[in-house]
Write a protein that binds this ligand. Structure first.
Ligand SMILES: NC(=O)c1ccc[n+]([C@@H]2O[C@H](COP(=O)([O-])OP(=O)(O)OC[C@H]3O[C@@H](n4cnc5c(N)ncnc54)[C@H](OP(=O)(O)O)[C@@H]3O)[C@@H](O)[C@H]2O)c1
Length: 402
């Protein structure tokens, strides 16, 4: 039999221990597909005494995982590492002629890196969009299903282990933005550019907005979206209203999904588990099998020198319909003041909802606009927020066609 591929595991937490288990339990299929056995021979973690749920007998232990990686092909599940340092790492891998695999870094078990980089390699990709953070999708799903507020659902998700003790990385959209930066680089063949991603999280989404979304025929999802137009590449992460009938609107709970549109393939959608030991191990082992087979694909799909330098389009230039919810004092003339501001900014309304009447008290008013430029919306919001009758900062949610 051919010489086994020896693997050193840096980290034995959820991902590392999952990889160890998969390689042991599925040794036969992995060997067949890799053309040779894949054997973990060395490991590294901080605590030598912790129970890893699987035997470490016979494995060499290193205290410093960095020593393991020197000059070797590397597979990582670390999203932030690839999103922020992916260009330098790719250049280093290219110089050394070794693979750098990161299938597990985006959407966990969904093989989206391979799909974009290899499966769709013949297409010009025009758009890639996805539910890229399971914690946010879980929170938004529970808020909708049970009519509950963000803070309560977040606290419950923390107890269940679906959200971290410090949840800001997930709920403020940063993790999704890291993943989107990676997807955009692969989809559009340009260097990874995390700083060019516009990022908003889900903290300000309320049960009221979720209920209004339902009434208008939408669901609220935190999406990562990257689009290529004549002006360049737009990349943004923010809560979106998507039509209830759109396949992505039905991806609930901790699940992730990615939609890609290519000029020859049309639209594809992949859905699955975005985290957890099993899905992440599945992705890591796929990369290991490529290495065992000697398949080395350029990290970003093309050699660093062959990537294009397409400009980024700033968020102010985004154009689309908007949902706007205001809490206003119920008194004559308020709506006229608000619509006058919108008129001055050239923003036209598609519909308006106002529920109940309680003269002199706060009532929600919902406005849905036609296609509007972000810069015009921002200017209008500043003036609307300053009106006496408007009691709190307006809530704005962009509407995304299916
Ligand atoms: N969990 C997921 O579902 C998932 C999904 C996709 C991507 N990822 C990414 O995959 C990576 C690993 O995630 P995880 O969930 O497996 O994390 P984890 O459960 O916290 O495990 C981290 C492991 O790294 C070890 N470690 C940390 N610092 C070390 C050091 N200085 N030297 C040696 N070992 C060290 C820890 O050792 P001890 O065990 O001894 O503390 C632990 O075994 C992260 O970048 C994460 O963002 C995770």
């Amino acid at each position: 039999m051919t010489r086994p591929l020896s693997v050193a595991l840096a980290g034995l937490g959820t991902v590392g221990a999952g990889v160890l288990r998969l390689l042991r339990e599925n040794a036969e299929v992995v060997t067949a597909r890799a053309g040779r056995p894949i054997a973990v021979t060395a490991v590294s973690a901080r605590d030598r005494t912790r129970d890893r749920g699987t035997s470490l007998a016979g494995l060499r232990w290193y205290d410093d995982p960095v020593a393991l990686a020197a000059g070797k092909p590397v597979v990582t599940a670390n999203t932030a590492l690839i999103a922020v340092h992916g260009a330098e790492l790719a250049a280093a891998a290219e110089r050394a002629g070794v693979a750098l695999g990161f299938e597990a870094a985006v959407a966990g078990g969904i093989p989206v890196i391979k799909a974009l980089r290899e499966g769709l390699a013949g297409n010009r990709i025009t758009r890639v969009a996805g539910i890229l953070n399971g914690t946010c999708n879980y929170i938004l799903t529970v808020m909708r299903e049970r009519g509950r507020e963000f803070a309560e659902v977040l606290a419950e998700a923390q107890k269940l282990g679906y959200a971290e003790a410090d949840p800001s990385f997930d709920i403020d959209g940063i993790d999704a933005a890291h993943k989107l930066a990676i997807l955009a680089a692969l989809a559009f063949g340009r260097p990874v550019a995390f700083d060019a991603v516009h990022v908003e999280g889900i903290r300000r989404i309320s049960a009221l907005d979720i209920a209004f979304a339902g009434e208008l025929g939408y669901r609220i999802k935190l999406l990562g979206l990257a689009r290529r137009s004549a002006a360049g590449i737009e990349a943004r992460v923010h809560p979106c209203m998507v039509p209830q009938g759109a396949p992505i609107a039905r991806v609930d709970g901790v699940f992730n999904a990615v939609v890609a549109e290519g000029d020859f393939v049309g639209r594809i959608m992949l859905e699955g588990r975005g985290a957890g030991a099993g899905p992440t191990a599945s992705a890591v082992v796929a990369d290991l099998i490529d290495i065992a087979r000697g398949r080395v694909t350029p990290v970003w799909g093309a050699a660093s020198g062959a990537l294009s330098q397409v400009p980024s389009v700033p968020m102010e230039a985004h154009v689309g319909p908007y949902y706007l919810r205001l809490m206003v004092v119920d008194r004559p003339g308020v709506i006229a003041d608000v619509t006058a501001v919108l008129r001055d900014q050239g923003i036209s309304l598609e519909s308006m909802l106002q529920r109940g009447r309680s003269p002199g008290e706060a009532v929600p008013v919902v406005l849905v606009t036609h296609e509007t430029r972000e810069s015009a919306m921002r200017a209008a919001l500043a003036r609307i927020a300053a009106l006496d009758a408007v009691l709190e900062d307006p809530t704005v949610i962009r509407i995304e066609p299916a």
